[in-house]
Design a protein around this ligand. Structure first.
Ligand SMILES: NC(=O)c1ccc[n+]([C@@H]2O[C@H](COP(=O)([O-])OP(=O)(O)OC[C@H]3O[C@@H](n4cnc5c(N)ncnc54)[C@H](O)[C@@H]3O)[C@@H](O)[C@H]2O)c1
Length: 322
């Protein structure tokens, strides 16, 4: 780490080696920040950070954020004399189906990671937190989802533990946090994916180019946002939203995509002769929310709009993951 890198504002990114975390690290470095990334590599990959690891202002710590003493020991000397910026907390379980099979996965990786990041921040005197939340906190509400829609009854353990995390952050604002940004992501797609429908479809088609099995009836329909637009929106919200607690939905400029569209586009790109077999049923798996619509009126009022419609984001993401 160079001297000029040390005097730059220092951001922490948890889940730095994951899909979204690695793109966020690149963006923070590009705007001149010093970045310390934490990841335990449950799903993250060092290769996602190939460019960042060559940057003098980046350091990657292989740590479990649930191990508060180990994180404190590593971070205390590194933050001495630093200008602390924001902690971007992205570490979580991102495999919603795994949390359906075993609820303790989301207790440990989705809720306790937030609880422990808050503990760590209090001990380190860090007071600004940006949090990766999700549309899953709204459950199966049948309306255009706004930030104040409710009642909030999630249908997955993942959504439940993200909602509990939002609650813990809100309570921490009463004690020691100065400012928090809660960003509720839709489905996010793009290069370096570690999971998700496109990732699964490509993997399945490479293993069996004759047939693609798709969970559900293919009519599930959700907004898909390209990761480049997500990062742009997150930074915009962080820089412009100045309330103590800032909560925003983030979604593509228009539209939603069906699973059928994603499956057919992936087949065209990977194995054009493959037959698509739908397992049937409206829900792909326990905890799936088959359809939702997101209002981004609040984000547009703040001044951010994206460029890519949902279907265009899906097609771009397929090409980037080939
Ligand atoms: N990808 C999406 O569509 C989407 C949608 C809504 C919300 N989110 C949220 O965005 C964040 C990033 O998601 P992603 O898609 O990049 O997933 P990802 O799995 O690629 O990234 C999460 C990272 O966190 C790391 N991690 C998990 N537990 C950890 C722990 N205890 N200590 C340290 N590191 C740990 C994993 O190794 C991984 O690198 C997550 O909080 C996720 O819930 C993602």
């Amino acid at each position: 780490m160079t001297q000029s890198a040390i005097s730059a504002p220092t951001s922490l990114v948890t889940g730095a080696a994951g899909f979204i975390g690695s793109h966020l690290v690149d963006a923070l470095l590009a705007r001149g920040e010093r970045v310390i990334g934490l990841d335990n590599f449950t799903l993250g990959r060092r290769s996602n950070l190939a460019a960042a690891l060559a940057h003098p202002a980046f350091e990657l710590l292989e740590l479990d954020v649930n191990d508060v003493p180990a994180c404190l020991a590593a971070l205390t000397p590194r933050l001495a004399g630093a200008r602390p910026a924001t902690v971007w907390h992205l570490a979580a379980n991102s495999d919603i189906q795994a949390g359906g099979r075993n609820p303790s996965v989301d207790l440990q990786l989705t809720f306790l990671t937030t609880f422990h990041v808050l503990q760590l921040m209090e001990k380190l005197g860090l007071r600004r937190l940006a949090f990766a939340s999700t549309s899953a906190i709204y459950g199966a509400l049948d309306c255009e989802l706004q930030e104040d829609s409710g009642p909030l009854f999630p249908v997955s353990n993942y959504g439940a533990m993200k909602l509990a995390s939002e609650g813990a952050i809100s309570a921490a604002l009463e004690r020691f946090l100065e400012r928090a940004w809660i960003c509720r992501f839709p489905n996010v797609v793009g290069g370096r994916a570690t999971h998700g429908a496109i990732f699964d479809f490509i993997r399945k088609l490479r293993a069996n180019p004759a047939e693609l099995e798709v969970l559900g009836d293919g009519l599930q329909e959700k907004p898909y946002l390209h990761v480049s637009e997500l990062i742009s929106a997150m930074l915009f919200i962080h820089d412009r939203a100045g309330e103590k607690l800032n909560c925003f939905n983030i979604a593509p400029v228009t539209g939603a995509s069906t699973v059928r569209f994603m499956a057919e586009a992936t087949v065209r790109a990977v194995a054009p002769d493959a037959a698509i077999r739908y397992t049937g049923g409206a829900r792909g798996w326990v905890g799936d929310v088959p359809k939702f619509r997101y209002s981004t009126a609040k984000l547009r009022a703040l001044g951010w709009t994206g460029r890519l419609a949902s279907d265009a984001a899906v097609e771009l993401a397929i090409r980037e993951n080939l």
